[in-house]
Design a protein around this ligand. Structure first.
Ligand code: BES
Ligand code: MN
Ligand code: ZN
Length: 508
């Protein structure tokens, strides 16, 4: 099927970026001052051209702007891309990610095969970032910016098959540290792009069965990663009524994909973390069918599961000390003669019964079985991630995922990981009043609450399937899936891959 996407290579090299050959040299420009930055040196070499651009107002160094220069004598690179860093005093790590990604993306558009980056030199000391972390961020951003999803486009134009980013620094010690960051960044950035591709594939290509084969393929190719798949018969035997109910209207049966990473030298008291991701390969709503507008985007309803798949790929390579399970319950939610119906009462894996009031609230039916199973297999910390509710998008918009939990320390740990990876989170409640809203008169629970607080009632529903484990739920319905992302490639941004990876790697 698929033709290979753009290959990205990142390396670090000792040298002077102005005297290094390349197709494109990216230089950051602050909007408030050139003083002390690489741009100041470049401005001298270009006889004050950058200052002049600023004076004219053509390019002021504002965030999200850039300016391409050609034919500059004395600079070895064929082109120079000035990228706006915004105000120096307002510098945030996200600025660095943004400009590095912007520069590599521009290189792809220009069909420039090699891009030189010396952006790390402009990170203010006040940002408190060590140089290896900066190298990692730039590498992840380079992977992100180079990404285009075109495996089904038969006429690919002249986009390059590969792009190479080189981080240049005159100091050999810094180059060594940058290299350290680059190796970590290639793992996490590579896993993120892998996840984007699987998420971007349409529902006629990725269904529960083909997704399970993909997971098996990944595990076979990744030392330290194991994969088992529960098929329909095994799900029936285990009593996973939630997963089965959602899948029963589709021509393709549901699956529960179980990935496992076991550290080579697992200590006796190594923690076991469970990552659980919703993978509805297409959410039509089922019998409670969705309106037609925008329904095609419901191929992205597998994004939580794919985030877990991508994270497991990275985790197996980064080798943390804890044991990690990845659970990916997958089904296609379709209307049909065999579909589950509003009014049905489903017995879930936990033994709890659920009255279905809306077949479009299907994600929680998959997740409730998978999180209960995770706890049964010994996970003491469980993090689930899902494109679960439109209500979460209404509440938080498209830049933050909601986090709900039964443990405030776990929320803090997730937030700490989020601060490093830039995948933003916002803490929302899921306590008593929301639990109350999910009680049914004819079963233990119902699958929808009232009119208000839909993201919170969904999380409160899930919380009822945890016994003792520390649990957090990430609602990523709004984030980086539906168009409004900051990438030049429409579709998935692979949200959650780096966040889950970072979180797990911080777990002792
Ligand atoms: N997959 C959707 C949630 C969703 C909506 C994700 C929009 C991304 C964008 C989920 O399965 C769903 O349909 N949720 C319903 C729940 C409702 C029936 C209680 C929703 O949000 O409308
Ligand atoms: Mn739905
Ligand atoms: Zn859904």
């Amino acid at each position: 099927m698929a033709k290979a996407l753009i290959q990205v290579a990142v390396k670090a090299q000792k040298g002077n970026c102005f005297r290094t050959a390349g197709d494109l040299l990216a230089v950051g420009v602050f909007s408030d001052t050139l003083a002390g930055s690489l741009a100041e040196t470049l401005d001298d070499k270009l006889n004050g051209k950058i200052s002049e651009l600023k004076r004219m107002g053509d390019f002021e160094g504002k965030a999200n702007t850039s300016c391409l220069l050609y034919g500059q004598g004395g600079i070895s690179a064929k082109r120079i891309l000035l990228v706006g860093l915004g105000e120096r005093k307002a510098f945030k790590p996200e600025v660095l990610r943004k400009v590095a990604s912007q520069a590599v993306s521009k290189a792809v558009d220009l069909r420039a095969k090699s891009v030189l980056l010396s952006l790390h030199g402009d990170v203010p000391a006040s940002a408190k970032l060590d140089i290896a972390a900066v190298g990692q961020m730039i590498t992840e951003a380079a992977c992100f910016g180079a990404y285009r999803y075109d495996e089904f486009v038969t006429e690919k134009g002249k986009r390059p098959a590969s792009v190479r980013a080189t981080l240049v620094d005159a100091d050999a010690k810094k180059v060594t540290l940058l290299k350290k960051g680059i190796s970590a960044g290639m793992i996490s950035g590579g896993a993120q792009n892998y996840a984007r591709t699987i998420a971007n594939r349409p529902a006629n290509v990725v269904n529960p069965v083909t997704l399970a084969s993909e997971a098996k393929k990944l595990a076979a190719a990744t030392p330290g990663l194991r994969c088992t798949v529960l098929d329909k018969k095994q799900l029936e035997k285990k009593g996973m009524g939630g997963i089965l109910a959602v899948g029963q209207g589709s021509a393709t049966p549901p699956r529960l994909i179980v990935l496992q990473y076991v550290p080579a030298k697992a200590s006796k008291n190594a923690k076991t973390v469970g990552l659980v991701g919703k993978a509805v390969t297409f959410d039509s709503g089922g019998i409670s069918i969705k309106p037609g507008e925008g329904m095609h985007d419901m191929k992205f309803d597998k994004s939580g599961g794919i985030a877990v798949l991508g994270a497991m790929k990275a985790i197996a390579k980064l080798k943390p000390k804890c044991k990690v399970y990845g659970f990916i319950p997958s089904a296609e939610n379709m209307p049909g003669a065999g579909s589950y119906r509003p009014g049905d009462i489903i017995t879930t894996f936990s033994g709890k019964t659920v009255e279905i009031q809306n077949t479009d609230a299907e994600g929680r039916m998959l997740l409730c079985d998978a999180i209960a199973y995770a706890e049964k297999l010994g996970c003491s910390t469980i993090v689930d991630i899902a494109t679960l509710t439109g209500a979460c998008v209404v509440a938080l918009g498209q830049k933050r995922a909601g986090v709900m939990s039964n443990d405030d320390t776990l929320v803090e740990q997730l937030k700490a990981a989020s601060a490093k990876t830039g995948e933003r989170l916002w803490h929302l409640p899921c306590d008593d009043e929301f639990v109350e809203a999910m009680k049914s008169k004819i079963a233990d629970l119902k699958n929808i609450g009232g009119k208000w607080g839909g993201a919170c009632t969904a999380a409160a529903f899930l919380s009822q399937f945890i016994k003792k484990a520390k649990w957090a739920h990430l609602d990523m319905a709004g984030v980086g899936v539906w168009g409004a992302n900051e990438s030049d490639a429409p579709g998935s941004i692979g949200f959650g891959v780096r966040l889950l990876t970072e979180f797990v790697c911080r777990t002792k």
